[in-house]
Design a protein around this ligand. Structure first.
Ligand code: ZN
Length: 112
């Protein structure tokens, strides 16, 4: 196995110290998985069974959901096309036939 060279001085004598990598030559310390999360802070939103959801996906509602402020209910099994992922407690923005624009929680849908 080979450890990456020190990003500071390019020394090849880096060693692992727990989750950190350490350079013995310049004493620089950095995270071993730093390369994986560099500039990659995209929030991953998953459905009820752990599939990663993306904008434009079609999902199926897995439980009856009351629509806030109305007597409407989104029935279990309702297909929702062309979802849009958003930030927040309700992380799916969508439009449902017969109901209109609303927001859903990803934990109550299944991809496909
Ligand atoms: Zn170094």
């Amino acid at each position: 196995m080979s450890l990456p060279p020190c990003p500071k001085c390019s020394s090849e004598y880096t060693y692992e110290d727990g989750a950190q990598l350490v350079c013995p030559e310049c004493a620089h310390e950095w995270s071993a998985d730093g390369a994986a999360d560099a500039g990659d802070d995209v929030k991953v939103i998953k459905d009820a069974v752990g599939n990663t959801l993306q904008d434009g996906d079609t999902v199926t509602v897995i439980k009856d959901l009351k629509v806030k402020g109305s007597s409407l209910v989104v029935k279990v099994g309702t297909k929702v096309k062309n979802i849009r992922l958003v930030d927040g407690d309700h992380d799916i923005d969508c439009k449902i036939d017969g109901i209109g624009a609303m927001k859903l929680k990803s934990e109550f849908v299944k991809k496909g």
